[in-house]
Design a protein around this ligand. Structure first.
Ligand code: AQP
Length: 348
């Protein structure tokens, strides 16, 4: 059995304001994993442009959003001195390997992807080819580093399964060549998703059935990392709830999506279990709970927003982090892609 070096990879799109869902579902996990793994964290700008230019805002906005996500990574506690932080388009192996994977993945596999269905909506024929092939690029992002673990929110689970299918098909299709070139049985690992914690799927504040998302037209549906204390308190005060008081046990949250969401957010921010939160707030009205939730949200997010503002005043520093990270990323992904060329038979 081939032994792979343990490595974490994950990415965030620069498509707009980062929100509490991105923070709790992904970025806090990224920070925690730095203790035990070598990590590669990427601002996936090539993914951002798969949507209409109106969604990601055009060249100036994309440059700014790429720096904003980098600033959020650093402000939340990712250490670019110890781990790799860069933007995807600076490392050409991502796009090159994605092409090879376009030829490995099957149309039928991609046709099943629910994110494409949601994002393309009723205008499937008008969606970009890039949006359809997005999961192949995501597989290339991960496998260019032969990453063994990927921390993501629940919404990315299906894409991670596709990444494993692509790795497996590549390993099978080219088994003899892999053995000849590398002396190993497998070239790509079957990457494990890390979907952990009480907030792997943070829902919209306006609709407990929809995930909190950067591209939701209603700003009131999400808490942005850069919202100030007053705005956070106002959005939480107006968050949709039901008329019942909070239950004292988790079972009482059944069929109460908005209550489940708010309790999950509180638990994640306070680093407590939902049961523990309900033991404290069971029987309370939402008004009381919302005041406590606003307090803890501000306590956790305000220092990050302040640090993001400080970093954003120095774009040259952010760009230098991304450049150094890209050099380090290239040193790993370049040789992996060169081996892929040898395995597939692309002369170099
Ligand atoms: N609501 C969420 N709850 C928990 N985790 C979430 N993530 C996104 N939304 C939630 C996780 O954040 C990471 C980065 O996501 P992304 O920017 O690459 O793309 P996305 O999943 O498409 O996020 P958005 O906010 O919904 O962006 P748009 O609106 O641009 O599509 C991922 O690990 C994701 O799981």
């Amino acid at each position: 059995m081939t032994a792979f070096e343990q490595r974490v990879f994950s990415g965030v799109q620069p498509t707009g304001n980062l929100h509490l869902g991105n923070y709790l579902g992904a970025i806090t996990r990224f920070v925690a994993l730095q203790e035990s793994y070598n990590c590669v964290y990427c601002v996936v700008d090539l993914h951002a442009i798969t949507q209409d230019v109106g969604v990601w805002g055009g060249p100036e906005t994309l440059r700014q959003s790429t720096r904003d996500v980098t600033a959020a990574f650093i402000a939340a506690g990712i250490d670019p001195e110890k781990h790799i932080v860069f933007n995807q388009s600076q490392v050409s192996a991502h796009a090159e390997l994605a092409w090879v994977f376009n030829c490995v993945a099957r149309m039928g596999w991609l046709n099943r992807m629910t994110q494409f269905k949601e994002k393309a909506g009723k205008h499937r024929e008008n969606a970009s080819v890039g949006l359809f092939a997005y999961p192949n690029l995501m597989a290339a992002d991960i496998l260019a580093y032969r990453a063994t673990h990927v921390p993501v929110g629940e919404d990315q689970k299906q894409h991670l399964e596709l990444t494993r299918d692509i790795a497996q098909k590549f390993n099978n299709d080219f088994a003899e060549s892999i053995e000849r070139v590398t002396g190993e049985e497998m070239f790509f690992p079957l990457t494990e998703p890390l979907i952990q914690g009480p907030a792997t799927r943070v829902m919209s504040l306006r609709d407990g059935a929809k995930k909190m998302s950067k591209s939701d037209p209603s700003d009131a549906s999400r808490i942005n990392l850069t919202d100030d204390a007053d705005l956070i308190a106002q959005k939480i005060r107006k968050a949709k709830t039901d008329p019942e008081p909070l239950p004292s046990e988790e079972a009482g949250l059944e069929n109460r999506p908005e209550a489940t969401n708010l309790v999950g957010i509180f638990a994640a921010l306070a680093e407590r279990s939902k049961g523990d939160v309900l033991a404290e707030f069971g029987g309370a009205q939402f008004s009381t709970f919302k005041t406590a939730l606003a307090e803890i949200s501000v306590e956790r997010l305000a220092p990050i927003a302040a640090e993001m503002r400080r970093l954003n005043d120095d774009p040259a520093y952010i760009d230098s982090v991304l450049k150094r990270g890209a050099d380090q990323a290239r040193a790993i992904a370049g040789p992996v892609y060169d081996q892929v060329r040898d395995i597939v038979g692309l002369l170099r």
